[in-house]
Design a protein. Structure first.
Lengths: 360, 309, 392
């Protein structure tokens, strides 16, 4: 299309990390200026509000811990999604895959009877496999029957939700909660250690960081990673080079679903300690992770940064809720604004993500 | 008696619940046909729902509410259009941002509007004589409202425009191959803007339908995920308004039945049924060449810059 | 490289957190200004559960000049502990109320960590010296509404839309059914579950499914006025839930259940202020407040026990009661209301004999269900029709 006259588009080489960083920070600042209008409209000084938010999300031990804790599931899901997105598999289903990981973790924790030392490792393995299985179904349907991945992954999120509801109201309902719909509590050997004084279940965090590096190495250094990129960026070339579309699709969703499943295990063994209503297990982490992965430009290492950014946003939202006593929906409003400014600024750095789904 | 009441209840509920789904789907089909994916349906719907309720409540006129919902939905979609068409921003993130913005803004503005009854909701229509036709009468002509009918009429109209008119060819060519369209003198940007706004208007009306007709009240987050179903239905429809109608009504029927059938099947599993069924249907129709012929618009989610296409 | 930095960061964080133990400690001194924090599970705009708690909070703040309150809405169950931390460490709250059963573990853990603060957990059962529990329960009103529904139904099918199949709702449905059957032994209560506390669309279609089934009187437990509206569209009587819902159906909203959480909050906060309740004597404090304590009220809206449009119809139907003799349903409702409001609670709907729908005698003649039995009730009273997950 014709660009507006006031907007001159120049071709620039790929912008440096520094340009991206500077422009992103400027975009966030611009969004905060606009959001400030809403604070003023509520009779709260915007400057004071931001001071409180910065202090609440970063400047205090409590805030910082909550920021990091919330980033954990986003990190795991986000890293997985970057791999799926690299192969142009449009996985909207991290939410459901996370829930399946939670279900598997609960199953192992409550019913496996494994010795204590094996319990947590078994939960992580089972969670990975359950998430991976939930991801492999849409992968197989797309690769073999050409069925659109957006629709199957999205629908399977809902199915996962009701699977959890069925389990906690039916076969897995516990006896400790007086008839309320929860499983029994996990044995203490099935709970992850926390950083003292915080609620950060650090083993999951370390796992996420390690896997982010591993995913980066996979994509940049290993043959399968190369194949994933070719399938995503140039399907025709992939076919020509004899790369199996089926195998690649299954591989990326095995990893992507599995990582989301691990996030589910972390939430279970790190926070909840029992299976409960699906909407209480995940605060939409699987959906937020889509944004996290895109803002990271499908780079697994950058997900470390973007997931933390969202951790800050969520923790900052707490300040809006608690200290300022403003409607919690303002948080959504601010998130939306920040995102618009961030993606709007991409033009400035002339970094264009080309993405197409449903193209076969 | 038995089977008739089942048929009548199921189909009349299908029309009532399927209408907002269908409206949203029709709009998203147009946006996506022009090459713009808009994941902001939920946000536009909830803004439509809030503004329709506020205006209908204040003025006492539900139609004024619906009109406002259309305007607000359209205006809201302009944000996405500007970001994704003019700024060439990522459509996925922009759409998700629009949803957040809509949920947030409506939640903030809607404070204090909960618990208020609408003095004059959109009226129900009972067509004399026609409503006496056995089975069909009670389904179609007894107790539905005007938007239900208008939405049904919209389907052949939008289908015709898309497949049988110059405008339709233009829209589809912009979504399939914007560079060629551009070389033929079509203003790709303008067409895309228009289609996104059409999508916004219809999503706004869908939201308005919820708050002044389907369940006349305002509560935060009252669209409760309907926007996501619309995204799925658009793909399910292979971007065709006629199949969109089939899909929306099928989903609505299953949704209603998931409550009706509870005495026989576990309620939790029944609630999952419409979603599982959508996948099953896709598997069933995938045998054959249908998919290839009616795939997604080739340029969907790709911004267009002259000389790069 | 980035990862290395991140890892070092994590280790550094671990050290900082490990070294600084929690140091907030300040016990409330009676008579000083008091700060109370409220944690809600839903948005205060839901016009249901959270809305009702927030209304009560505002009343308390209005009445007590020494009281300051803060609230947090839409808090997920698993997140409550972090928010309690904030209320105590940042906001310095003396008292924290957590208003959802799912907050049970988080509240309990916080009570251990802050032994000098006072906690109130709504609808729970875990109590320690600084954590009490409270609940305003509706079962008596559901019974009274059941009496009315039993008299009004023509099809003998009465509808109930439920959120989740948990003891609270099973108890409500049980009381509603007992009431309906007392007036009309033929009556059945048809149940549908929507598997959500708040999902207006699901509530709408569930109610419509019950209409299609031939039900002609509607009650529900769910956080929106949807069921009242659906009933009104079909010109059928309904009972509001939680908040006043008369305005949504002036012609067909017969009565309903109204809550006054402020009754409990006012009592509790006043006693904290006076030094009666401290962080050391709450282990046996469980508010289980009903009609008698005026924590709940029957009515389509405050002050309107029964919609006047229905008075005549209810006076026209009579029943034979072994104690009260031949009596109109209207008078029966009033008599039962008086009996249950009486300080000694002369009557309780869950008095034997009561059999479940499988035919087992659950409450023998001459005994009443205890509070513990009521709060763990899983079985379905005879007369309930429909799915009953968790049925023993």
């Amino acid at each position: 299309m014709r660009a507006p006259k006031w907007l001159k588009i120049e071709r620039r080489p790929v912008p440096s990390g520094r340009t991206i960083f500077t422009v992103s920070i400027l975009a966030i600042l611009a969004a905060l200026v606009v959001a400030g209008i809403f604070f003023q409209a509520y009779g709260v000084s915007a400057i004071r509000a931001y001071q409180l938010i910065v202090k609440g999300a970063l400047g205090s031990k409590l805030g910082l811990a909550e920021t990091v804790r919330r980033a954990i599931p986003l990190l795991l899901c986000g890293v997985g999604l970057t791999i799926a997105f690299r192969a142009l598999f449009w996985n909207i289903g991290a939410e459901g895959q996370l829930l399946l990981g939670a279900v598997a973790a609960a199953g192992v924790a409550l019913f496996s009877g494994l010795p204590d030392v094996l319990l947590l490792p078994a939960m992580f393995i089972a969670g990975f496999l359950a998430g991976a299985l939930w991801g492999l179904i849409p992968a197989a349907l797309k690769a073999r029957l050409g069925i659109n991945d957006v629709i199957t992954t999205l629908m399977m999120n809902y199915i996962a939700i009701y699977l959890v509801e069925w389990l906690i109201h039916g076969p897995w309902k516990g006896t400790q909660m007086r008839g309320f719909a929860y499983t029994d509590k996990f044995p203490s050997a099935a709970m992850l250690p926390l950083i003292p004084g915080t609620r950060i279940h650090w083993p999951t965090l370390v796992l996420g960081l390690v896997l982010a590096v591993a995913a980066y190495i996979l994509i940049t250094r290993i043959r399968q990673g190369f194949e994933i990129r070719v399938v995503g960026e140039n399907p025709d070339a992939a076919r020509f080079a004899g790369i199996s579309h089926l195998k690649t699709t299954l591989l990326v969703m095995f990893i992507s679903g599995g990582l989301a499943g691990l996030a589910g295990v972390g939430e279970m063994a790190g926070i909840h300690g029992m299976l409960r209503s699906a909407t209480q297990i995940s605060m939409g982490y699987g959906y937020t992770a889509i944004i996290v992965a895109w803002l990271a430009r499908r780079n697994p290492l950058a997900v470390i940064v973007t997931s933390l950014l969202f951790g800050v946003i969520m923790a900052g939202g707490d300040v809006i809720k608690v200290s300022l006593g403003l409607p919690f929906q303002l948080i959504n409003l601010f998130n939306g604004l920040i995102l618009f400014f961030l993606i709007g600024s991409e033009l400035l750095m002339h970094y264009r993500i080309s993405f197409s789904f449903g193209r076969r | 008696m038995g089977w008739e009441t089942w048929v009548i209840a199921t189909f009349s509920r299908t029309l009532a619940y399927g209408t907002p789904l269908l409206l949203g789907t029709l709009g998203e089909i147009y946006a996506e046909r022009s090459g713009v994916l808009n994941l902001g349906i939920e946000g536009m719907m909830i803004m439509g729902a809030y503004s329709a309720f506020a205006i209908a409540y204040t003025t006492g006129n539900p139609w004024l509410g619906i009109l406002t919902a259309a305007v607000v939905g359209g205006a809201f979609s302009l944000i996405h259009a500007f970001a994704s068409i003019t700024l060439k921003a990522n459509q996925v993130v922009s759409g998700l941002a629009l949803t957040m913005l809509g949920l947030g803004l409506s939640g903030v503005l809607g404070r204090g509007w909960e618990g208020k009854p609408l003095p004059a909701p959109l009226g129900k229509i009972t067509v004399p004589v026609l409503s006496d036709i056995p089975v069909l009468g009670p389904i179609l002509f007894d107790g539905q409202n005007m938007i239900v009918y208008l939405t049904i009429l919209l389907v052949p109209l939008l289908w015709y425009i898309l497949y049988r008119t110059r405008i339709g060819i233009t829209i589809r060519s912009v979504g399939e191959n914007p560079a060629t369209a551009d070389s033929l003198g079509i203003n790709v940007g303008r067409v895309r803007y228009l289609c996104v706004v059409v999508g916004g208007i219809l999503a706004g009306v869908a939201g308005g339908y919820l708050s002044v007709a389907y369940r006349p009240a305002w509560t935060e987050g009252m669209t409760a995920g309907m926007g996501w179903i619309v995204i799925a239905l658009t793909i399910f429809a292979f971007w065709n308004p006629a199949i969109g109608m089939l899909g929306a009504y099928l989903f609505a029927a299953l949704y209603h039945l998931s409550f009706r059938l509870q005495p026989w099947v576990s309620p939790e599993l029944l609630r999952a049924m419409p979603y599982a069924f959508a996948i099953v249907v896709l598997i069933a129709v995938s045998r054959g060449t249908l998919q290839k012929r009616m795939g997604a618009p080739a340029a969907l989610t790709l911004p267009y810059t002259r000389g790069e296409g | 490289m980035k990862t290395k930095v991140a890892l070092i960061g994590v280790v550094a964080l671990a050290l900082i957190f490990g070294l600084s133990a929690l140091t907030v400690a300040k016990e409330y001194v009676p008579g000083e200004p008091l700060k109370a924090g409220f944690i809600y599970v839903g948005p205060i705009g839901d016009y249901g559960w959270s809305h009702a708690h927030n209304t009560a909070r505002l009343i308390c703040e209005d009445i007590f000049p020494w009281l300051e309150t803060v609230y947090i809405e839409s808090v997920p169950e698993g997140e409550v502990e972090g928010y309690i931390d904030k209320l105590i460490q940042n906001e310095n709250c003396d008292v924290v109320f957590t208003t959802s059963f799912g907050f049970i573990d988080g509240t309990f853990a916080a009570a251990q960590r802050y032994p000098d603060r006072i906690f109130g957990h709504c609808s729970g059962f875990l109590r320690v010296p600084n954590e009490m529990t409270y609940m305003a329960d509706f079962y008596q009103i559901y019974y009274l509404n059941g009496l009315i529904a039993g008299a009004l139904t023509k099809t003998n099918k009465i509808a109930y839309v439920g959120a989740f199949p948990i003891p609270e709702l099973k108890r409500h449905i049980g009381a509603y059914t007992i009431g309906a059957r007392e007036v009309n032994p033929e009556a059945e209560v048809h149940v549908r579950w929507i598997e959500a506390w708040y999902d207006p669309t699901a509530a709408k279609e569930a109610a419509e499914a019950l209409v299609a089934e031939g039900c002609d009187a509607f009650a529900f437990t769910e956080d929106s006025p949807t069921v009242v509206q659906v009933a009104a569209e079909h010109e059928l009587p309904s009972f509001g839930h939680y908040s006043p819902m008369y305005q949504f159906s002036p012609e067909y909203c017969v009565s309903g259940q109204l809550v006054h959480w402020e009754a409990i909050y006012l009592d509790c906060l006043a006693k904290v202020y006076a030094g009666v309740y401290t962080a050391h004597n709450l282990e046996n404090l469980d508010y289980w407040w009903l009609l008698r304590e005026e924590a709940v009220e029957m009515g389509a809206k405050p002050g309107m026990l029964i919609n006047p449009d229905y008075e005549d119809a209810l006076k026209a139907v009579t029943v034979d009661d072994p104690v009260l003799g031949t009596i109109s349903v209207y008078d029966l409702v009033m008599a039962r209301l008086t009996q249950m409001t009486d300080p000694s609670m002369i009557f309780d709907p869950f008095s034997g004999p009561i059999t479940d729908r499988e035919g087992n005698l659950r409450v023998p003649v001459g005994s009443r269900m205890s509070v513990a039995e009521l709060t763990t009730m899983e079985w379905a009273v005879d007369g309930v029709v429909g799915p009953w997950p968790g049925e023993p």
